[in-house]
Design a protein around this ligand. Structure first.
Ligand code: FAD
Length: 487
């Protein structure tokens, strides 16, 4: 940009950059382009718990969001700008800030859940009507849901053709660098402190496990990515199914809040010294996230409406006496309990184990998938509007490209196969750690003297199984058969 144009723009009022699920300064097109415009930049985050239909993040997400905002505030400050934090209905807050600052341009990176799209559209129309320009950017998905469509122009409902179509599109663009500096706005703008948003738990402070496990912000995300690309990605294809192995990236909470972008992950992974099949498998998983977001964009009710509406008649329970035991990791099935305790302690659960615990809730306990989805939403640091709903529906059998309902995981076999040396169970269910591998995933089969030696008293130090696997499997199969007959 020439000197005169830059001069003109400096006098043209600031650009407002609205940070949402993109808490980063690198590869942030809305910010990058605002800085390029030569105008002063006002960076803002709005805590919106009031706009209609917006799903409020769960408690563990709030914790991650708090620390992500603090990290973003520091990064922006180092570049020369402040982060303005406000709370209220987002379209009103942004409109107020535009009026206060005299901004004639508002930038944001696009988001894709129904209520968010509705807010952005409404705001855009109002701003344009009052003479303010808006620019939105592609930042959080490698391809927009409006561009990756079937030949007939509709959304994909099955992953494999989605991936094939994805591969035919131009490769994802290269990530943008962080700006060298940001010209902040001169005028003092009223702002809350991040801590005023009340995102952290206080009484009680249950976040100790989260603090031990996550370093929110871009630097934390990049460090994790680099560590994964040096160690974890080699062998990812096989290793990603074993919860005690270091073959998953744990980048999901960072992706959730945009502390890293999928473009950065895609391209950095391409530079790793990884076997081609491991790289492809990793990228394919990243594209499962895209697939989930495309589904949510086209089916905005995904978090509560059965994708396959034949399941509307399914006799799922919304209450169950065992629900508390499932949440607390006290079902008596060690792999299920280890997963639920990993979730409670760290805000994360390994993907293989997510499938096992979800299947257990839905098929062994016959509980409605929405009950489990809600618990995950509240307890996961990576609770994601698209992946959580799509994955729960997938396990339940009622989702797009879903696992068939009659596929009922046997938690003992799953445990033996994917945690053969019991390292995962021993870590999260320490009261079983003295048990030999032979009985670790089925302690109720251990002879009394074996249990005694391992200091285990079933029903006392560790629960007896909540349900009998064979009986539960038959009950679930019968329910499914009745659905088929009715359908
Ligand atoms: P990696 O194996 O390192 O994969 C890299 C990235 O690819 C992940 O960060 C994620 O963005 C994406 N990815 C990997 N697997 C999947 C998948 N199966 N579906 C969609 N994207 C995937 N993921 C969430 O991000 N948020 C959720 O709320 C969520 N809820 C889930 C609920 C259930 C019942 C199940 C079965 C899965 C859920 N997943 C969810 C998907 C998956 O379990 C996580 O994305 C994954 O475990 C994150 O760990 P990672 O970053 O170490 O994954």
């Amino acid at each position: 940009m020439g000197g005169t144009r830059r001069q003109e723009n400096q006098n043209a009022g600031p650009v407002l950059v609205w940070f949402r699920d993109d808490l980063r300064v690198s590869d942030n097109p809305a910010l990058f382009s605002a800085v390029q415009s030569g105008r002063a930049v006002v960076c803002v985050h709005v805590r919106d718990t009031v706009s209609q239909d917006l799903r409020r993040p769960g408690a563990a997400q709030d914790w991650m969001l708090h620390h992500g905002l603090v990290a973003l505030e520091k990064s922006l400050f180092a570049l020369g700008a402040k982060l303005v934090v406000r709370s209220g209905p987002s379209h009103e807050v942004i409109a107020d800030l535009v009026a206060e600052t005299g901004a004639k341009l508002v930038h944001w990176n696009r988001r894709h859940s129904g209520p968010e799209v509705a807010i952005d559209k409404k705001l855009k129309a109002a701003l344009i009507a009052s003479g303010v320009e808006t620019h939105s950017f592609q930042a959080n998905l490698l391809h927009e849901p409006t561009t990756l469509l079937t030949g007939a122009g509709g959304p994909y409902r099955v992953y494999s053709p989605f991936w094939r179509a994805f591969e035919k599109l131009p490769a994802p663009r290269a990530p943008l660098p962080a700006p060298m500096a940001i010209q902040g706005h001169q005028q003092e703008i009223e702002s809350l402190a991040v801590s005023d948003l009340g995102l952290l738990p206080t009484r009680p402070d249950w976040a100790g496990g989260l603090r031990e496990n996550w370093l929110a912000g871009e630097a934390g995300a990049m460090a994790l990515l680099q560590e994964f690309l040096q160690v974890g990605i080699i062998g990812y294809g096989q290793g990603r199914d074993f919860p005690s192995k270091p073959h998953v990236s744990k980048l999901s909470p960072y992706l959730r809040f945009g502390m890293i972008s999928p473009f950065q992950i895609w391209h950095e992974a391409g530079k790793a010294a990884a076997p081609a099949h491991d790289l492809e498998k990793f990228r394919k998983e990243l594209v499962w996230r895209e697939f989930s977001w495309h589904l949510l964009f086209h089916y905005p009710d995904l978090h509560w409406r059965n994708f396959d509406q034949r399941f509307d008649e399914f006799p799922w329970l919304t209450q169950s006496p065992g629900l508390d035991a499932w949440k607390k990791g006290m079902t008596g099935y060690p792999i299920v309990d280890a997963g639920m305790r990993q979730l409670w302690q760290t805000g994360y659960m390994h993907n293989r184990v997510r499938m096992i615990v979800a299947s257990f809730l839905i098929k062994h306990m016959m509980v409605d998938w929405r009950v489990g989805e809600t618990w995950f939403w509240d307890t996961l640091v990576d609770g994601d509007p698209a992946s959580n709903s799509a994955s729960w529906q997938w396990v339940a059998g009622c989702g797009a490209d879903a696992a068939p309902y009659f596929r009922i995981f046997n938690p003992v076999i799953q445990g033996g196969k994917f945690d053969p040396d019991g390292a995962y169970v021993r870590k999260f269910v320490p009261e079983l750690s003295g048990l030999s591998d032979r009985y670790l995933h089925k302690p109720w089969e251990a002879p009394l003297e074996v249990l005694f030696k391992a200091r285990i008293k079933l029903g006392d130090t560790y629960p007896k199984p909540l349900v009998d696997h064979a009986r539960a499997r038959d009950r679930a199969s019968q329910a499914f058969e009745s659905l088929k007959k009715a359908g």
